[in-house]
Design a protein around this ligand. Structure first.
Ligand SMILES: Nc1ncnc2c1ncn2[C@@H]1O[C@H](COP(=O)(O)OP(=O)(O)O)[C@@H](O)[C@H]1O
Ligand SMILES: [Mg+2]
Length: 323
């Protein structure tokens, strides 16, 4: 029998905690999801990575019962979302993209409010609130009104409120956008702890670094379709682009860049450097150097970077993730 990474907990790795099949969503004329399918195992940290407008929030919102799908089926912790939404909801904690808190209430009272929506007995709820405030480094500020909090602190309370009923599954929709590095690091530490303890986590992001760092498996979503899914290693093996050759120059101009881009399809300019995306470095490197020399470009530095999620995305879609 196979187990999760956390062998001590003996969680069977084969059972699907979440199963999404042929999920579609239309908003009037916009086809936001075009029949996506994926399975997430118990204890897995699953990342949904894609650019703005890909369909991440729509997916998470449907899975959280906030939004009705147009078609498809979802099973969460053994329950059919359509038939048993209440049972599904008991098992999930949701951190939406837009923070929802009462600004005129203290952090403590916000947590009391959100916690009371679940059937947690008051004495137990109070204990959990204290525990959670400590976990997120906010015990000392618990009686201050949320409107005095920074964006990062609000986000921490927002995540805390999703954990009070001890859900088996946590859904998070781009939780680190626009927050300070200190809060971001604290959130990462908490997520790593929850993951180690066996929580199933679904995390959407458009930051490839986050997906690379945390996720056991990643689904790459674009234009309402999952275009690839697997572990990072599995995704790397799908990529045509295997290396990025980054060449820096002393005299790169718009005209020279244009000239080079006519001769080399997959390139990107970053200030005084050009990134050349390559599927065969052995043959490409010498050609690139030759073409740059012929164009009169003076090379100062060459750096070779291995395949990553950015290049995998480019390779699969022909677009840059950060466009
Ligand atoms: N309420 C809505 N009405 C119409 N179109 C919407 C609505 N919400 C999202 N969309 C569209 O659906 C697509 C997916 O959006 P969304 O799920 O928010 O993507 P993401 O979270 O990946 O940025 C986009 O084209 C977006 O403009
Ligand atoms: Mg979104």
């Amino acid at each position: 029998m196979a187990y999760t990474k956390n062998n001590k907990k003996k969680i069977p790795y084969y059972c699907n905690m979440i199963s999404v099949s042929n999920l579609s969503k239309k908003y009037d004329s916009v086809e936001a999801l075009k029949g996506i399918s994926f399975n997430i195992k118990q204890g897995e940290f699953f990342g949904l990575l894609g650019p703005n407008g890909a369909g991440k929030t729509t997916t998470i919102s449907i899975m959280s019962t906030i939004l009705e799908p147009s078609g498809g089926t979802i099973n969460i912790a053994g329950f059919d979302l359509k038939k048993d939404p209440t049972e599904c909801k008991k098992n999930i904690g949701v951190v939406p993209q837009e923070i929802a808190l009462y600004n005129d209430l203290s952090a403590y009272d916000n947590l009391m409010f959100w916690g009371s929506l679940y059937d947690v007995p008051t004495t137990e709820l109070k204990l959990r609130i204290d525990e959670t405030l400590k976990l997120f480094g906010l015990s000392e500020r618990k009686n201050d009104k949320v409107k005095t909090y920074s964006g990062g602190m609000k986000r921490r309370i927002n995540i805390a409120s999703a954990l009070l009923h001890k859900p088996k599954i946590l859904f998070m929709d781009e939780p680190t956008v626009g927050i300070d590095p200190q809060s971001r690091n604290l959130i990462f530490e908490v997520l790593e702890k929850l993951h180690k303890e066996g929580m199933t986590i679904v995390y959407t992001t458009h930051y490839m670094e986050e997906a690379e760092r945390f996720c056991d498996r990643i689904g790459i979503i674009d234009n309402g379709e999952i275009i690839a899914q697997g572990t990072l290693e599995e995704l790397k093996s799908l990529s045509k682009i295997q290396e990025t050759i980054v060449v820096s120059f002393t005299n790169l101009t718009d005209t020279l860049y244009e000239q080079i881009s006519k001769e080399w399809k997959n390139i990107k300019r970053i200030e005084d450097s050009i990134q050349f995306f390559s599927s065969d470095i052995k043959s490409d490197l010498s050609v690139i150097i030759l073409k740059c020399n012929q164009a009169g470009l003076a090379i100062t530095h060459i750096d070779i970077q291995k395949v990553n999620l950015e290049t995998i995305f480019l390779s699969l879609t022909g677009k840059q993730l950060r466009d």
